[in-house]
Design a protein around this ligand. Structure first.
Ligand SMILES: Nc1ncnc2c1ncn2[C@@H]1O[C@H](COP(=O)(O)OP(=O)(O)OP(=O)(O)O)[C@@H](O)[C@H]1O
Ligand SMILES: [Mg+2]
Length: 364
C-alpha cells in the first residue's frame, strides 16, 4: 500500500485533514470580494488550504494563484503576475489580444507554459515606461474581473517589503482598493513583517485585509483522519495518535512526517515513538545546525532558556544563571532579535516557532 502521509509539498484529497471551518471562512470572504491576510508559521498548511478552497469554488469565480517567493523587485512582481495570466484566460489568442489592447506603450509576448500548458505572458521591460507596466498589469486584472468575480492569491506576500521601500506598496494599494470584484488573499509566514505591513497606521496596507491567522488542527480531527488512513493497513490506537499529536504540538507537517515513518513501523514496540522522534531530529539536523551556527552566544543561551522553561520565567536570577546569562537586559535584547529572525514569537509567552527545533535544542 502506498504511504498516504507526505510532508514535502502541498497536500490534497485524502492527505488533507479537516480545516472545514477555515475553508468555509475563506470561501465566504472570496464570494464577498473581501481581502484576507492569511498568516501562520512555516509549514502550517496555508498553501494547501488555498488549493483546497480553489478546488471547491464554483466556475463563476476566476482563480489566480501567484507565488512571490524569491521575487526581489517590482519587475519580478509584474513578471510573476503576467506569467500566470493563463489562469485568467486559457485561450491564448484571446489573452494576447486583450493584453495588447492594454499594454499599448510596451511589448508583451506570449508563450505556452510547458508545465501547465496554459498561455503565459512576458512583459518587455524598457527603461522609461516601467512604471506603466504595473498599472497595465493591474488593469488586465480589472478587465477580467468585469467578466467574472475573481480571487487572486499572492503567496509569500512579505517579499514585497524588499522591493523599494513603501513606494511600491502605496501604488499597489491604490490599484487593489479600486478592484471591488476581486478578493485578494495575501498569504505568508514571516508574521512580524506581515503584522507591521498590515497593522501599522503609517503603512500602505494598513487595514486593507481581514487578518486570518491559521492555527493548528484539533486533536479530534487528527484522530478521525489518521484512523481512517490506517484503517486498511493496521490497527492504531487513539492513545498512540494522541501521544504523537502532543509531541508535534498539533503541527500538521510534523504530524505527517511522524506518521509517514509509523506507517511501516511496528506500532506495538514500546520504543517506537522515541525512535521516530530521534529519526526526525536526525533528518532535520543539518537545517537546525545551520540556524544554530548563525546565532550569537546570547541568542543560543536565550533559546535554551525558552526551550527549558516553556517560555516562562525568563528573567529570574535562577533562570539567568541556568544558562550563564548575567543581566535581564541581555534577554530583552535577544528576544527582540530572535523575533526579528522569526525564530521565536510571542503568544502570551515566548515560543520557539519550529517545535522540532525546540526538541533538538532540548537535547543539546
Ligand atoms: N490540512 C492538512 N492536513 C494534513 N496535513 C497538512 C494539512 N495542511 C498542511 N499539511 C502538512 O503541512 C505541510 C506543509 O503544507 P503547506 O505547504 O500547505 O504549508 P504552508 O503553510 O504553505 O508552508 P510554507 O510556510 O512553507 O509556505 C504539508 O506537506 C503537509 O505535510
Ligand atoms: Mg506555502
Amino acid at each position: 500500500m502506498i504511504n498516504p502521509f507526505s510532508f514535502s509539498g502541498t497536500v490534497a484529497d485524502q492527505g488533507f485533514c479537516n480545516r472545514k471551518q477555515e475553508q468555509k471562512d475563506i470561501i465566504d470572504f472570496i464570494q464577498n470580494s473581501e481581502n484576507v491576510l492569511l498568516h501562520a508559521n512555516r509549514r502550517m498548511g496555508k498553501t494547501s488550504l488555498i488549493y483546497k478552497v480553489f478546488c471547491r469554488l464554483d466556475n463563476d469565480i476566476t482563480k489566480l494563484y501567484i507565488d512571490l517567493y524569491g521575487t526581489v523587485s517590482e519587475n519580478d512582481f509584474i513578471e510573476a503576475l503576467m506569467k500566470n495570466a493563463g489562469q485568467l484566460e486559457s485561450r491564448s489568442e484571446k489573452l494576447l489580444k486583450t493584453a495588447k489592447e492594454i499594454f499599448t506603450s510596451s511589448n508583451v509576448s506570449l508563450s505556452i507554459d510547458p508545465v501547465t500548458n496554459l498561455p503565459s505572458l512576458t512583459p518587455v521591460f524598457g527603461s522609461s515606461k516601467n512604471s506603466m507596466l504595473l498599472e497595465n498589469a493591474m488593469l488586465l486584472l480589472e478587465r477580467y474581473s468585469g467578466k467574472k468575480r475573481m480571487v487572486i492569491v499572492f503567496d509569500e506576500f512579505q517579499e514585497i517589503e524588499n522591493y523599494s521601500g513603501g513606494e511600491f506598496e502605496k501604488r499597489l494599494r491604490g490599484f487593489i482598493q479600486k478592484h471591488n470584484r476581486i478578493s485578494y488573499i495575501f498569504a505568508g509566514s514571516r508574521q512580524h513583517i506581515l503584522a507591521s505591513m498590515f497593522n501599522s497606521k503609517g503603512k500602505a496596507f494598513y487595514k486593507l485585509a481581514h487578518s486570518y491567522p491559521l492555527s493548528e488542527i484539533e486533536e479530534d480531527d487528527y484522530i478521525k483522519w489518521i484512523k481512517g488512513l490506517f484503517a486498511d493497513k493496521k490497527k492504531i490506537s487513539d492513545k498512540l495518535i494522541i501521544k504523537v499529536v502532543n509531541i508535534c504540538e498539533r503541527h500538521p507537517m510534523y504530524i505527517q512526517q511522524f506518521f509517514y515513518h509509523l506507517w511501516e513501523a511496528d506500532l506495538k514496540s514500546p520504543e517506537i515513538i522515541d525512535q521516530t522522534l530521534d529519526l526526525i531530529l536526525l533528518r532535520n539536523r543539518n537545517e537546525y545546525m545551520n540556524i544554530w551556527d548563525s546565532l550569537t552566544l546570547n541568542q543560543r543561551k536565550t533559546l535554551k532558556l525558552i526551550a527549558a522553561n516553556e517560555g516562562k520565567d525568563l528573567y529570574s536570577a535562577d533562570s539567568l544563571k541556568s544558562v550563564s546569562l548575567t543581566t535581564p537586559s541581555q534577554v530583552t535584547k535577544t528576544l527582540q532579535s530572535l523575533t526579528q529572525k522569526d525564530i521565536i514569537q510571542k503568544n502570551g509567552v515566548y515560543k520557539i516557532q519550529d517545535i522540532m527545533f525546540k526538541q533538538w535544542i532540548l537535547r543539546l
